[in-house]
Design a binder for this molecule. Structure first.
Ligand code: C2E
Ligand code: SIN
Ligand code: SIN
Ligand code: FE
Length: 515
């Protein structure tokens, strides 16, 4: 048996007191009814019995498995409890003892006991017997305690993995993701510091990506070539490197002047591999010796796998986002260029497309079109007359009225637009306006002679803006109309050319914005 005295652990002997057993038996008989009934089974399952008086002097003792305790058998009767059990345990016990008379006749507690250098856990029951002595009967619950602790840890680790999973799924920014991940690593693995180095495949170099628990900024400027340093070897050889005592022998960190001030003792470097590719290295540092069990090592592998997946998906996500963003920039630029080409061709018409696009967007917002549709309406408006690129100059810039044939050609421009734009998947939702902006509410428009709500909303909306802007602008075939005349014309065409529900909204926009 050992006892604890501050930092020093000394051995004491606790022995089965065979002589006292009879006496102890007698005392047991005088215990509470309940305990009397289960006295026999208690006897059978108890691993430690102590009988003591109020002052804590041990009157008797018995142990279930003598081989568990100290080498030297001897009497501990008359010893003080304090000298047998760790002081925290004794404190706990005396608390119980002092509370016993008022509350109940029994109390139970769990306490650890270091015996022969091994830690045991006991689940003890304290009984007050009729003659003012106390009986402590304790069971060795070391196994259960270990299982319980293991389960608790596993649960904690499982939760950590779940939160990492969640962070991955939410498409967080990689640096934020790695910081969350390292927090979980430190918390659940009970280590002092951790870092993730990412492999730059072009430079073949590991670079610092995230770190937690460092006192200095020692690793923040890490640029390690593959094969160099511990981490470089971890990545190259795709295996865990563990240094269990960094203070002994020479290490790869000797080159770093700041390293000693971190006082790290233990190092683990784990390769981060996803889909067969090394993406980086997870490094773990601890400032005192580590004695990891199998669970800890399992978890280290799992969290490394998770980190690799996180990096892989975050990089993919970022690439995807960038691709989309670049594509969308490229398309917008193309759209703009096309429409400007068209505007440039018709010098009288300069700025027409930009103006009409802006007004259409405002009108759409006014009537409650949502943001996701707005972008398509904007693109559609920008491209509305793109089909006119196929109309010969003689027709497009003719200063007089068009002939029947010329009209045939001119009325093709929406169809040309569809031919031009439909191969571009990206512009599919934007094609309504170029296709149907010359349809009329009464079904007399072109190219498809559809009417009413058969005409897509965006095209009905746009037609008002287009006609109003065309009429109030100079054309090769006529001078601009006055705003007032244009407004009257629009009113007169409500329910004929235009959607009657949109006309008042549009005129409201014209009057409030001056157009
Ligand atoms: P645009 O000049 O951009 O005109 C768009 C639409 O605004 C026209 O579609 C029409 O609905 C309306 N609009 C424009 N100006 C007037 C006008 O003076 N009176 C009336 N009532 N409505 C007007 P529409 O008619 O289908 O014309 C499509 C395109 O055909 C026009 O686009 C223009 O490029 C061309 N176009 C139309 N009429 C003539 C013309 O007399 N001579 C020439 N050279 N081109 C014409
Ligand atoms: C590391 O393995 O993280 C760095 C080792 C070194 O600095 O050489
Ligand atoms: C523009 O902004 O004018 C281009 C249209 C678009 O954003 O798609
Ligand atoms: Fe048009």
């Amino acid at each position: 048996m050992t006892r604890r005295n501050g930092d020093t652990v000394t051995k004491t002997s606790l022995c089965p007191a065979s002589a006292g057993l009879l006496l102890w038996r007698k005392r047991l008989d005088s215990l509470l009814d309940f305990e009397q009934k289960i006295g026999e089974s208690l006897h059978a399952i108890a691993d430690l019995f102590l009988v003591m008086d109020k002052r804590g002097s041990i009157l008797d003792c018995r142990v279930g498995d003598p081989s568990m305790y100290s080498d030297t058998p001897g009497q501990i009767q008359n010893m003080i409890l304090k000298n047998v059990l760790p002081s925290e345990t004794v404190d706990k016990l005396s608390d119980f003892v002092s509370q016993l008379p008022q509350s109940r006749k029994t109390a139970s507690l769990e306490f650890p006991l270091t015996v022969n250098g091994r830690e045991y856990w006991f689940d003890a029951r304290l009984l007050e017997s009729s003659d003012a002595t106390f009986v402590l009967s304790a069971r060795d619950i070391t196994k259960y305690k270990k299982t319980e602790n293991r389960l608790k840890l596993q649960l904690q680790r499982l939760n950590a993995l779940r939160s990492v999973d969640f962070a991955i799924a939410s498409g967080l920014d990689l640096n934020l993701l790695l910081s969350i991940l390292l927090d979980r690593v430190i918390e659940t693995m009970h280590v002092d510091a951790a870092t993730v180095l990412l492999l730059d495949p072009k430079l073949n170099e590991l670079q610092f990506a995230a770190g937690r628990g460092f006192i200095t900024n020692i690793l923040q400027h890490t640029h390690l070539k593959l094969g160099h340093g511990y981490a470089g070897r971890v990545a190259l050889e795709r295996r865990i490197i563990n240094i269990s005592d960094l203070t002994k022998a020479r290490t790869e960190f000797d080159r770093s002047p700041l390293f000693p001030s971190e006082r790290f003792v233990v190092y683990y470097g784990v390769p981060l591999v996803a889909k067969g590719r090394v993406l980086g290295v997870l490094e773990i540092f601890h400032r005192s010796p580590l004695h990891p069990d199998e669970d800890w090592l399992d978890f280290l592998n799992i969290i490394a796998g998770q980190t690799a997946i996180a990096i892989d998906s975050a990089v993919m996500f970022k690439d995807l986002q960038r691709t989309n963003f670049e594509l969308s920039l490229a398309y917008n630029a193309t759209i703009d260029a096309w429409s400007r080409t068209l505007d440039m061709r018709d010098r009288n018409n300069e700025g027409h497309t930009r103006r009409i696009t802006d007004i259409t967007t405002r009108f759409a917002m006014l009537v409650g079109v949502n943001d996701s549709e707005l972008i398509h309406i904007r693109r559609g408006a920008t491209l509305h007359d793109i089909g006119k690129v196929a109309i010969p100059d003689e027709i497009l810039f003719k200063s007089g009225p068009l002939t029947q044939d010329e009209w045939e050609t001119m009325r093709q421009h929406p169809t040309y637009a569809v031919e031009l734009l439909s191969p571009i998947k990206y512009l599919e939702p934007a094609i309504e306006i170029p296709h149907w902006h010359h349809e009329r509410w009464d079904g007399t428009g072109y190219p498809d002679r559809i009417g009413g709500e058969e005409i897509p909303f965006s095209a009905r909306l746009f037609a008002l803006v287009d006609v109003f802007d065309a009429m109030t602008s100079d054309r090769p075939y006529r001078r601009a109309w006055s705003k007032q005349d244009a407004v009257h014309y629009i009113e007169s065409q409500s329910g004929k050319h235009f959607d009657p529900r949109l006309v008042p909204e549009f005129l409201n926009l014209v009057s409030t914005n001056g157009f």
